[in-house]
Write a protein that binds this ligand. Structure first.
Ligand code: FE
Length: 208
């Protein structure tokens, strides 16, 4: 991934670079483990700086957490979202059904993984993980796919950037009850319009 210095002419260039990198990666790498190994440092670089996410896609909602689509691959091989937590908000226990990487941009979040025991009951598995700015964690059916995530703070928003191996807002997945029951769930997106990554006219003009 190129390490473009911040430019006032193109604030979205870190996201565009990440999209370009991921597009090339998903086209050449069919193996999930190798793909995640290559993608992890690219997402860490993207969330290692907090100067590019448009304010419109960083707004919390007082009623529920928000998932804003930042980019969907034209073949729906991956999608990138900003996940915005209001103070104290949390998800239900849920799965993803595809690979995903979660990179912490602003604030902090806490993830508790779950797994089914021998009787088919859902149980917390392992310690709660706290994600701090610049850190990245992975989910997938192969690695462990069920968790509950919450904003670590009750007095401020937190934001993480996620990349998933599908158009995640349209994927049929599941929300789980502690007794082992589950309900189908399709997350959708909180935004109607996408950020314009592709107006590169400033760069063209600057190169004249
Ligand atoms: Fe999740």
């Amino acid at each position: 991934m190129s390490q473009t210095p911040p430019s006032p002419l193109s604030p979205l260039s870190p996201l565009r670079d990440f999209v370009a990198f991921t597009t090339a990666l998903v086209a050449r790498e069919p193996d999930e483990a190798r793909l995640l190994a290559d993608l992890r440092p690219a997402l860490a670089a993207l969330v290692g700086r907090d100067d590019w996410l448009p304010d419109e896609l960083a707004q919390p909602d007082p009623q529920r957490y928000c998932q804003y689509l930042l980019h969907a691959d034209g073949l729906e091989r991956f999608s990138v979202v900003s996940f915005v937590w209001g103070p104290g908000q949390q998800t239900p226990v849920h799965d993803h059904t595809v690979w995903g990487l979660i990179g912490m941009l602003r604030g902090e979040e806490i993830s508790q993984r779950y797994a089914h025991d021998a009787q088919g009951r859902l149980r917390p598995e392992g310690a709660r993980a706290r994600l701090r700015p610049g850190q990245v964690e992975a989910v997938s059916p192969r690695l462990g796919d069920i968790h509950r995530v919450s904003n670590a703070f009750t007095d401020r928003s937190s934001i993480s950037i996620h990349v998933y191996g599908a158009n995640i807002g349209a994927v049929q997945r599941w929300v789980y009850a502690e007794d082992g029951g589950r309900k189908p769930f399709v997350s959708g997106y909180s935004n109607r319009w996408l950020p314009n990554l592709w107006d590169r006219s400033n760069k063209t003009v600057a190169a004249r």
